[in-house]
Design a protein around this ligand. Sequence first.
Ligand SMILES: [Zn+2]
Length: 327
Amino acid sequence: MTIPTGKGLIALLLLILVAVTVAVSQRYMIWHYTWDTPEAPPLLDQVDEGPGVRWHDNYFTVQALDARTFAIGEPRYYQRNYNYLLLGTERAVLFDAGPGVRDIRPVAQALTDLPVTFVPSHFHVDHVGNEITFENVAVIDLPYLRARAPDNRLQLTDREHLGFHEGVAAPTLEVDEWISAGDTMQLGDRSLRVLYTPGHTEDSISLLDVDSGQLFSGDFIYPGPLYAYLPNSGMGDYVQAADTVLSSAPAGVRILGAHRDRVPGAPQLTLADVQDLRAALDAIRSGELSGEGFYPVRYRINPRLRLLADPWWLQDWTPRRPSLASR
Ligand SMILES: [Zn+2]
């Protein structure tokens, strides 16, 4: 082999540069197609869920967190999703609808006669219910989402849905209500504040019930590995989300996430875990905390939490929407 010189060398270097740029920008897709198979693993075995949790059928579990707050679990789905039904006096909110492996609507209907509004914490395949259609849907009001849905029909993209992991097509959401960061959703005598908590994805929200001291955090935080290396993740966004939660949630708030790491019951964390996450983000940024592996890099936050992120030289610490911080 002869080593090119002159124009040949420049062309070769340009070719390498283009290849590296494409590989970096498409790293998540390359990782996915290298390691993944496009279908969900089989259902896990049904196990004893402990006191206070009952099986609705052989797939869903129901746990009353108080008289009008229910965790609807899918512990047999490999991602062990938890969805929350929140009752007011005039309407109910279903925060997340699972992957649609089974229809969650009859579970909600067995728990309330109120009209139910479905609110996705974000648009990933395991939260939006996919082929399930809801009568009322409320979605975070972000300019780029509104621009895509002039008729209130929001077609999710593969990048924000990631259903190709499991062979599931991205659905279209029929949006009835656009909810803004800092808005309060009124359910009658119960109100839920919408917190913009990006980082895991650009479109992530949490719902805060100040009166009952509950924060429903979606995939922003839950016990287990937190994913911050996905196509629309951001480290600066994660910092913003942690700050918003720390400045908004009352002391002693019970944080209820969307996935669990262990039996029994719904996944629960406290503000101390968010403080640990916030401190870890600072330490990652400054280089004090190093992670394991190359892609994704695994950072230990505390005994129950890890953060999976891009390598340091690809981490983006600029928040996309700083104007929505602490709202
Ligand atoms: Zn997610």
